[in-house]
Design a protein around this ligand. Structure first.
Ligand code: PLP
Length: 414
């Protein structure tokens, strides 16, 4: 274990922000990774290198800088395709983030798939990004969300999911890992069920993609989305995987330059996927920097380390959190990623968040863009601590120590 901790310490040095101090002078403890992760220097430097050495708009330029930037952008697509096990880079569409990705898929399916009365089966643990786009579809074609309740431990019961499926089910759209509870959903099993019944499946991999390798072909899924900024990459870049031939079937989400084959005053003929879905100037350097983040994870960090070390941190953190008097943990189902949501007695989550911040500890408090899940848990808000491979056991100790103080200070009536 000591060797793993030493390795985490070495990797931490790759992240300049982690050596910053809180304005109060405390050393920073960053436990808000599920909202957005910090960036390694190689990702940060990509922006400076490209903008100051060789940068131009892509695809339509004849000069060397346009050609070179185009090459890096398209190589980034190949890197992403390999990262998630896609059969071809043509199945990878760059978007601004997972939210835009689900909207792209939802609006495309609205035009070619949904009929009034159709249902989209989701879990009770979805982020608003996998709820609101379907409500927007419902304003045009009256479809309904069919949420599958979670078990009391926060897991997904396949029998419950099976009984939610019916002749009206047109799509299954599930998160692979809850951003509130950390629960990992049984995606392969759900995909098998979907396949048996001829229902397409969309997976929101925003959280899962950070904690373990993903293989879209092994999962046998139709669509997958994730955001670059949670994967140690920049903001403003996200990925949609759409298995062929969905790219041919879905209509474009937006129209403009770069996504066409021919335009006349009367009509446009669209380019083949993925260009068809990337209207206008895309987030060029962001895509290249995302590929840099993926290479950094693969070559410098490695999944073996991430999985072994995060499993250790998870067990350690959970044991420590149990020592806080009055702490209620939400979501104990296994397998689970390094995310904990909790409350302490009836202390408001925001008070705990403020106290932690004053001690230099960054966590997230609130509904975590999952209000329906909060309603199911019967709370308006939780405190959420989420870890990355650069976090250290002593940071968990500081979190727990401060929580113990909060528990004693705000709730002395035990
Ligand atoms: N899905 C999940 C599970 C998330 O955790 C998030 C972000 O917190 C999103 C979707 C939305 O991601 P973004 O805001 O990057 O589009």
């Amino acid at each position: 274990m000591q060797e793993l901790i030493r390795e985490a310490r070495r990797l931490r040095a790759d992240f300049p922000l982690l050596s910053q101090r809180h304005p109060s002078g405390h050393t920073l403890v960053y436990l808000d990774n599920a909202a957005s992760a910090q960036k390694p220097k190689v990702v940060i430097d990509t922006f400076g290198r490209i903008f100051s050495t060789c940068y131009a708009n892509i695809h339509r330029g004849i000069h060397w800088m346009s050609q070179d930037t185009t090459r890096l952008y398209e190589e980034a697509r190949v890197t992403v395709a390999e990262f998630i096990g896609a059969a071809s880079e043509a199945e990878i569409v760059f978007v601004r983030g997972a939210t835009e990705g689900i909207n792209l898929i939802a609006q495309g399916l609205r035009r070619i798939l949904f009929q009034p009365g159709d249902e989209v089966v989701v879990t009770q643990a979805e982020h608003h990004a996998n709820i609101v786009p379907w409500h927007l579809v419902a304003q045009e074609v009256p479809i309904r969300l069919r949420p599958v309740p979670l078990t009391p431990e926060g897991g997904l019961d396949l029998n419950q999911l099976r009984s939610a499926l019916s002749a009206k089910t047109r799509l299954i759209a599930i998160t692979a890992m809850s951003n509130v509870l950390g629960t990992e959903m049984p995606v392969a099993e759900v995909a098998r069920l979907a396949r048996q019944q001829g229902i397409p499946i969309l997976v929101d991999a925003c959280q899962a993609v950070v904690h373990h390798p993903i293989d879209v072909q092994k999962w046998d899924i139709d669509f997958l989305v994730f955001s670059g900024h949670k994967l140690y990459g920049p903001t403003g870049i996200g990925v949609v995987y759409m298995r062929a031939p969905w790219g041919e079937k879905l209509p474009p989400y937006q129209g403009g330059g770069d996504m066409i084959r021919q335009v006349t005053w009367e009509a446009s003929v669209f380019a083949p996927p993925p260009a068809k879905f990337e209207a206008g100037t895309p987030p060029i350097v962001e895509a290249i920097a995302l590929a840099e983040a993926i290479r950094y994870l693969g070559r410098r960090v490695g999944w073996d380390f991430i999985q072994t070390y995060e499993a250790y941190l998870t067990e350690y953190a959970e044991a420590c959190l149990h020592s806080v008097e009055g702490l209620q943990l939400y979501g104990t189902a296994r397998p689970k990623g390094a995310i904990w949501s909790f409350n302490i007695a009836d202390i408001h989550a925001h008070d705990i968040g403020t106290l932690l911040d004053s001690a230099g500890i960054a966590v997230r408090v609130g509904h975590h863009c999952a209000q329906p899940l909060m309603e199911a848990l019967g709370v308006p808000a939780t405190v959420r601590a989420s870890l990355a491979f650069y976090n250290l056991p002593e940071e968990i100790d500081r979190l727990v120590h401060t929580l113990q103080r909060a528990s004693a200070f705000f709730a002395p009536a035990y």
